[in-house]
Design a binder for this molecule. Structure first.
Ligand code: DPP
Ligand code: ZN
Length: 844
């Protein structure tokens, strides 16, 4: 397979003015007629006319009305064209019902839908399928199905047909079409300039009761983007469609967002608080793409972070504004460390802007998205809020209607702030997580912080140059008062010292406040200092971080030295959770221990070979110790934060549920199943019900509840995904493979549905000790399933190979088993380019 390089970029040879498409829909033989006006690109370096296209048959093609015979390959066609503007016309036939890859036009439960990002449009018709070719689309759909949707505004419809026109030039990856027997939950929004926009969430009839929350989230997103970024919506209608079979979370097609049904449908009975929060964030994310992604798009797929990093950053800001910034920052840091750090520190490591790829679908990664968002957060921290805002205004002004690059993005900041960002640009170019080592001294009232940065080498990048790292620091005095408030230090050298003068005593530093950069901080702190920071740090992130560090230190001693649970940690935690000044959601975060994955990562980073079984056992032992040590306060928290009255998904109510449910899990360990069973029996919402079921399963008392749950929810596919995933997650290490295997035999296990596949097979790697069983059975099970899935759906299969990315972390025996599993995948007949690239990179 061919590797594509950023350095080889050349402008398109031909540009497109307008595209007219007619779809005659039929499951096995859809006809697509295209009429495209091309003109030679004055900036082109070649005159070759190449259209992308695969999995279709060309019925005829014409240039300026004259029939032609192009030369066709498996990936596209070429032909002679005039050296002047011309009209291309063609008709192709495609088979949506045979499209199991879920890219291009496919069918899901009798409905037609599309997914064109990144390169799905080339499965619909012959076209220059690259994001720097932007055109105005007009679409006619012919079908007997009642609802026929495409991008832009509706321009006409009748019995069996509908027409749409999108006035905004767009790349083909933003094209969308939906046809189905759907009904709409409707709404409306008046923009800041007074235009009325019709809003619809299209679903199957059974799901109409699950749309209200999403509609509300959409309106909030539209308002927020006007208020915070000055961005107004630009069409008369905004449609969202829920689809059951979908490879990703959702897609920002212009005016017609298509969502995985799990990312939009919610009701109190069926969705948990985390679902509500996730749905709100994804709706915001896709909506925000209208400006960051659609109006300004990417020149090429190497620039993916231009739209994704920025849009994730914007959705994080939005969630913070809606639900509280302290907890949101903690959640984002946990996720970054859980998903991006392993990627950045393993064989799949790549820069936020990659420099080469074989299959672009493999680069929709935590690095591009979440680290991409961190890079923007750092930029904002360095230039300040006001300068960030002016830079963004300039970005929208200067690049509206264009396909831009990271260079364009940085130039906007340079031009509006006068700052040289040449060194900052390394965040886009160098892969790997920087380590910052801290040493300090105190002499004559001057406190000196010495920071040294180092980034380990990554595949293809052995030498790393220093980054510009904003390190937010505060200093605390002996009694916990803040003697120096948060200051952003700019670390630009490999080593640098920062002085704080005029102090009356040696302060305790609080470093990397608010997780001000995506780095690993190495500092020696005593347990007493960590407990002090947990109690006194004015920065909520670092107070939480101190608690995690204290817990991790205790767990490490248990894992490596058979130590007993750390009494100092237990006391500090008990004190912190009893503090009624702290909000319940935050205290729920304090009660969560560092994950087993996080411990494995930390042990490896400290030079040890992690043992997943010991990690599991110590984790469990510490949880039991917390349960016993804090029983009285946990029981009080459980009782006092119960909610009465009708369910509300708002942040404050969700925070109370998070706290009582965290308490419930511990209380089930100390007191047995009665509380959880009672909560399970009486719960009127999914958050309470699922938490109770999970608590019961964690003490092996959930058998009856599990059956009752299944009997009650067997018709609700989204709820059943939870039922499947929870069993895999809560299985004891020695049973996890067997539980997963048994669930794949369940009649409701439809492995062709990506959500269901992820909730069973995809759940296994998240059960760390279960997946990393010493005999390799977990790896083999995953490999077998990925080989099977790859033949159907390469994108999802390839994505899931990332379960092997931590290979180098484990002992020789496990590594050998992982290698065998990867080789088994690598040698599977007919392996897709997607999965082949991943396995190749994983094997190093
Ligand atoms: N562009 C989509 C998103 O991230 C992914 N297909 O929203
Ligand atoms: Zn996105």
């Amino acid at each position: 397979p061919q590797t594509i390089y950023l350095k080889d970029y050349t402008p398109p040879a031909y540009l497109v003015e307008t595209v007219e498409l007619t779809f005659r829909l039929a499951p096995a033989a859809t006809r697509v007629v295209s009429r495209i006006s091309f003109r030679p690109n004055p900036d082109a370096t070649t005159k070759d006319f190449v259209l992308h296209g695969s999995d279709m048959s060309l019925l005829w093609a014409k240039i300026d009305g004259a029939e032609i015979t192009p030369s066709i390959s498996a990936t596209g066609l070429t032909c002679e064209v005039p050296n002047a503007p011309f009209i291309w016309e063609a008709e192709v036939e495609i088979a949506p019902d045979a499209n199991t890859a879920l890219e291009g036009l496919y069918m899901s439960n009798g409905m037609y839908c599309t997914q064109c990002e990144a390169e799905g449009f080339r499965r619909i018709t012959y076209y220059p399928d690259r994001p720097d070719v932007m055109a105005v689309f007009t679409v006619r759909i012919e079908s007997d199905l009642p609802v026929l949707l495409s991008n832009g505004n509706p321009t006409g419809s009748g019995e069996g047909w509908a027409e749409w026109h999108d006035p905004w030039p767009k790349p083909a990856y933003l094209f969308a079409l939906v046809a189905g027997d759907l009904i709409a939950h409707t709404g409306s929004f008046t923009t800041q300039s007074g235009r009325d926009v019709a809003l619809n969430i299209w679903v199957r009839e059974d799901d109409i009761g699950k749309c209200a929350f999403g509609m509300d989230a959409l309106k909030k997103s539209m308002r927020w983007d006007e208020e915070v970024y000055g961005r107004e919506y630009d069409l008369d209608i905004f449609n969202i469609v829920a689809v059951d079979d979908f490879n990703a979370g959702a897609m920002e097609n212009k005016g017609l967002n298509i969502f995985n049904s799990s990312a939009v449908l919610a009701s109190p009975e069926t969705a948990t608080d985390s679902d509500f929060e996730r749905i709100e964030a994804i709706i915001a994310h896709e909506y925000f793409h209208n400006w960051t992604g659609n109006r300004i798009t990417c020149r090429d797929w190497f620039q993916l972070c231009l739209k994704e990093g920025l849009t994730v950053f914007r959705d994080q800001q939005f969630t913070g504004d809606m639900r509280g910034h302290a907890v949101k920052r903690i959640v984002d840091a946990i996720d970054l460390r859980a998903f991006q750090f392993p990627e950045d520190n393993g064989t799949l490591s790549h820069p936020v802007r990659p420099e080469s790829f074989v299959e672009i679908n493999n680069f929709y990664t935590a690095t591009v998205y979440e680290k991409g968002a961190e890079v923007i957060g750092m930029l904002k921290r360095l230039v300040g809020d006001a300068a960030y805002q002016s830079a963004l205004d300039l970005y929208f002004d200067r690049h509206d209607g264009e396909a831009a690059t990271i260079e364009d993005w940085l130039a906007v900041f340079e031009d509006s702030t006068g700052r040289d960002l040449a060194q900052f640009k390394r965040w886009y170019q160098q892969a790997g997580t920087p380590r910052i080592t801290v040493t300090d001294s105190f002499v004559d009232g001057t406190y000196t912080l010495h920071l040294a940065q180092e980034t380990p080498s990554t595949p293809g990048q052995s030498v790393k140059h220093p980054f510009v790292i904003p390190v937010a620091v505060g200093l605390l005095g002996q009694n916990g008062q803040e003697v120096v408030p948060t200051t952003v230090l700019e670390l630009t050298q490999a080593e640098q010292s920062f002085h704080f003068e005029g102090l009356s005593g040696r302060p305790l530093p609080s470093i990397l406040r608010g997780f001000s950069a995506p780095v690993i901080l190495k500092q020696s702190q005593t347990g007493a200092e960590q407990a002090f920071l947990l109690a006194h740090d004015t920065d909520p992130f670092n107070a939480w971080e101190a608690g995690q560090n204290l817990a991790r230190a205790g767990l490490t001693a248990m894992i490596l030295d058979d130590a007993k649970p750390d009494r100092a940690f237990l006391d500090a935690l008990r004190l912190a959770i009893a503090d009624e000044e702290k909000d319940p959601a935050y205290r729920a975060m304090l009660l969560a221990l560092p994950s087993q994955e996080n411990l494995a990562q930390a042990l490896f980073d400290a030079g040890h070979t992690p043992d997943p079984d010991r990690i599991y056992a110590s984790h469990k032992a510490l949880r039991e110790a917390i349960a016993n040590h804090c029983q009285a306060i946990l029981s009080r928290l459980y009782d006092e934060h119960q909610l009465t009255g009708p369910f509300s998904p708002d942040a404050s109510a969700a925070g109370k549920r998070a706290l009582t449910n965290a308490a419930l899990r511990y209380l089930s360990l100390s007191d047995g199943p009665s509380r959880a069973q009672a909560q399970f029996d009486t719960a009127d919402n999914m958050t309470q019900q699922l938490a109770a079921l999970s608590a019961l399963l964690s003490i092996d008392a959930g058998r009856d509840a599990l059956s009752a749950f299944e009997a009650h929810w067997s018709k609700d596919r989204l709820v059943m995904n939870k039922w499947f995933a929870l069993q895999v997650a809560s299985a004891e290490p020695e049973n996890a493979v067997a539980v997963t295997e048994a669930l794949t035999q369940h009649p409701a296990f439809n492995w062709k549905n990506p959500n269901r596949f992820r909730s069973v097979v995809g759940a296994l790697p998240r059960n760390q000790a279960g997946f990393h069983r010493a005999d390799g059975a977990g790896y083999r099970l995953l490999a077998d399933w990925l080989i099977r899935l790859d033949a159907m759906n390469p994108m999802v299969a390839a994505r899931m190979t990332t379960a092997f990315q931590t290979m180098s972390r484990w002992d020789a025996g496990r590594q050998a088993h992982m290698r065998d599993a990867l080789r088994q995948i690598a040698t599977a007949p007919g392996l897709s380019r997607d999965t082949a690239e991943m396995v190749d990179r994983l094997l190093g």
